[in-house]
Design a protein around this ligand. Structure first.
Ligand code: FMN
Length: 199
């Protein structure tokens, strides 16, 4: 089957791309607006963009032509926190995806504790195994009404003590990351295969 993307409507394009670029990590993005109102929402169009300098990105769709609140806040206030979601936080993460007005505090809505960040106005999710405090570096508007892609320089990483060994490696079994698939589906860490690099 060969598909010309121009022949698909928006929903079909979304289903195709969202279904084949899997599994995706989830950046659980906390921000504040210019009045200090907290916001928290999951973004699975989330990735490392660079490690030196350390940069991550998330991609926010639009509602009625306007970027979602997380992107608006990150751009307006200059920062966001990317919290990592583990198995214990799956339900709470899902609750924060509620389509809520910009003045709704999703920490309260999902009954989540927040810890003040060190360098960013937005707090982090206290229970998250890892939280990356990011300073908004840049945002890119995908042409033709596409997503708003927000890049943030990671200033501080909060990592649960038992997750990182003396060589700096993260124990991904203990991290227990949740990944996004498509529709209502998620994946947990399954079999891990170790493959030596070619000489
Ligand atoms: C696991 C998960 C991943 C999501 N990933 C994205 C994403 O990458 N981009 C996006 O625009 N919306 C995504 N959504 C939907 C947003 O979380 C949802 O629209 C939310 O209300 C946005 O909140 P905000 O306007 O406060 O930023 C995702 C939802 C879930 C449950």
């Amino acid at each position: 089957m060969t598909i010309d993307l121009a022949t698909l409507d928006g929903r079909e394009r979304h289903k195709l791309l969202n279904g084949v670029v899997v599994p995706r990590p989830i950046g659980w993005i906390s921000t504040v607006d210019e009045n200090g109102v907290r916001n928290l929402a999951p973004y699975s169009w989330f990735q490392i963009a660079s490690s030196t300098p350390p940069v991550v990105m998330f991609s926010a769709g639009k509602r009625n032509g306007v970027a979602k609140d997380s992107a608006l806040n990150a751009i307006a206030t200059g920062g966001f926190v990317a919290n990592i979601v583990n198995g214990d936080l799956l339900e709470a993460m899902n609750a924060t995806s509620v389509e809520a007005a910009i003045d709704v505090d999703e920490f309260d809505y999902a009954r989540l504790d927040a810890t003040p960040s060190e360098r960013i106005a937005a707090p982090r999710v206290t229970a998250a195994p890892v939280s990356l405090e990011c300073e908004t570096l840049h945002h890119y508007e995908i042409p033709d009404g596409g997503n708003t892609v927000v890049f943030g320089r990671v200033l501080v990483a909060h990592v649960r003590d038992d997750l990182r060994d003396e060589n700096g490696y993260i124990d991904i079994r203990k991290l227990d990351p949740i990944a996004r698939l498509a529709g209502l589906d998620y994946a947990t860490l399954g079999d891990v295969v170790t493959v030596p690099r070619p000489e």
